[in-house]
Write a protein that binds this ligand. Structure first.
Ligand code: DAT
Ligand code: MG
Length: 151
């Protein structure tokens, strides 16, 4: 398992509900490294690109409206197996199927208000990071705790 980058976002409901700090904290405490972060109110066009593979779904218009209804906290987190483990930290897409201890399992009920986003594969993470961030916004830095997190 190699070091990877994943795109994690706190959706507008998570920002409005004051969950940004807690969500950042979960990734930090796990040992992951923050490589980029910003607050963005995304345009419809941008969100349609982000969710392009869901275009035909009946919930697509509602999803785009919800995602554009306020600022999103967009982040890049980096570390070993970050994509898959990031999804585990988030919980299942449907919060009612999410285990307590996950973000969605602790804070959400409806699938259409599930608080957070995480890339589902290394390739989609690369695409999403390129969509949400300019290269100049991604930081390369050595985490002082690195050797205490990794063997
Ligand atoms: P995930 O966000 O876990 O990657 P996804 O990519 O399948 O899930 O869907 C993107 C978002 O779309 C999801 O976070 C919430 C919404 N969504 C998915 N399935 C839905 C459904 N059946 N009804 C309403 N919204 C749904
Ligand atoms: Mg997805």
């Amino acid at each position: 398992m190699s070091s990877e980058q994943t795109f994690i976002a706190v959706k507008p409901d998570g920002v409005q509900r004051g969950l940004v700090g807690d969500i950042i904290s979960r990734f930090e405490k796990r040992g992951y490294k923050l490589a980029a972060i910003k607050l963005v109110t995304a345009s419809k066009e941008h969100l349609e690109k982000h969710y392009a593979d869901l275009k035909e779904k009946p919930f697509f218009p509602g999803l785009i409206a919800y995602m554009g209804s306020g600022p999103i906290c967009a982040m890049v987190w980096e570390g070993r197996d970050a994509v898959k483990t990031g999804r585990v930290i988030l919980g299942a897409t449907n919060p009612l199927a999410s285990t307590p201890g996950t973000i969605r399992g602790d804070y959400a009920i409806d699938v259409g208000r599930n608080v957070c986003h995480g890339s589902d594969a290394v390739e989609s993470a690369q695409k999403e990071i390129a969509l949400w961030f300019d290269k100049s916004e991604i930081n390369t830095w050595k985490q002082a705790s690195h050797d205490w997190v990794y063997e």
